[in-house]
Design a protein. Sequence first.
Length: 358
Amino acid sequence: MPNFDIVKKCSPKKTFRVSSIIGRFDLLSENVEERFFGDISLPEKWQIGLIVGKSGTGKTTIAKQLFEHAYITNFEYSAESILDDMPKECSIGEITNAFNSVGFSSPPSWLKPYSILSNGQKMRVDLARAILEPTNFFVFDEFTSVVDRNVAQIGSFAMQKAIRKTDKQFIAVSCHFDVQDWLLPDWVFNTDTMTFQSFEGQKKNRPEIKFEIFQTGDKSIWKMFSKYHYLSHKHNNAANVFVAFINDELAGFLSVLHFPHPKANNIKKVHRLVILPDYQGAGFGIRFLNEVGKIYKKEKNRFNIVTSAPSLVSALKKNSIWIATRFGRTKEIGRTSTQLKGSTSKNRITASFELKTS
């Protein structure tokens, strides 16, 4: 991209109020002029860029001027379900894959209209929509501007992972410098100093995240997570409950039941696993499973999970310490004492995994 020199002029009509302000503050002219100049020398190969700076430093002006055809202010959402707002040529598989890739992995929320989603969920839906659009290049203004900073950072990391799985190019425009370490851009243009910095070829590592797990006897915590579970809002009170905190914020719920077996008496099975929407897409679910699984393995137990959540199945298949033991539909022989009514996997396509012995 060559040097740019952008001049913005504003000449308001000389009304009584305008004339009053000009006279009161001894302004030399009613014409307001701003100039922005610099150089964005894009590297040959890049996927993620960041234009960042304080308000009024020209971020939006520069982005619109240089990337006019890729600039996105907002998408139109009018359907009763966001599924129907996605591009019509996309299959349901492509849509759900896009949702999962950006960390929007709660199927119950896929049935909601855009208007009632949280700001963090809206941010992820917008990115999924951009990924599904036929264009390979898009620019998002006001990136993470309306979400909590902790959510913005985790969401930025999930988004860069999603983008790098595609052949698309993405530029974030933001007044928040804290997203840079999480978005891991290939280049940054700082409008405060009008300077460009390339990170082409440099190894990219996300910042350390404080991740803590606690076991609790407070089963009522499930109420906070139940609506985000992809299958059921019910919970077996006999299950052992673990919670995960991310940067000192409650973010995950995992419960474990003893699994009755005619020959083995040491099988433990994951009953419920939920990561709150704002923390999805950054690998916390697998990390949570692994850490709790290690606790049970130390006690000489087998540790299993059965799931039909596509994002979790995909992640477990790629994880070397888990082994797939079954995939497909199962027939219900009879409910055990630890199963909730209507919570079995009968007639659903599910995958079973077991944590390997270390």
